[in-house]
Design a protein around this ligand. Structure first.
Ligand code: ZN
Length: 130
């Protein structure tokens, strides 16, 4: 079967687009979701076990807000020190990565952990006066 029609068939049957296991996270199974997230963020599907380990370490909760994370819904991988500020390297393993909500990841963008925390405090300080 041609690759394209194999994928179309899997999608029609509710199977993981990538591996053919039951799709539980959008078009993917959970393992393929980790693999895709590893590829998209770290450049290699082989780093998926690192992300699973990090997820387990955080027990599936956002590093910053404590919000329950749902794969394929609100979960996002975040770098404490962003690539633009030297945090692109994986040498440090998991220590520069955290799982957050997508909202937090958008807010933090390319801020360092320290600058993001500073911004949060500024917002709270200013807005709690009004
Ligand atoms: Zn899969």
């Amino acid at each position: 079967m041609a690759r394209k029609s194999l994928y179309a068939q899997r999608r029609k049957e509710g199977l993981c687009y990538h591996c053919g296991e039951p799709a539980t996270v959008g078009r993917y199974c959970l393992d393929s979701w980790y693999a895709n997230t590893a590829f998209n963020n770290l450049g290699s599907r082989k780093l998926a076990p690192l992300l699973k380990e990090l997820w387990a370490k955080q027990k599936g909760y956002c590093y910053y807000t404590g919000t329950k994370l749902v794969p394929g819904d609100n979960a996002s991988l975040c770098r404490l020190r962003p690539p633009s500020k030297g945090g692109g390297e994986l040498r440090a393993g998991l220590s520069n990565l955290c799982w957050t909500t997508k909202t937090v990841a958008r807010m933090k963008n390319d801020l360092t952990d320290r600058d993001f925390m500073k911004l949060c405090r500024t917002v709270v300080r200013r807005r709690s006066k009004s």
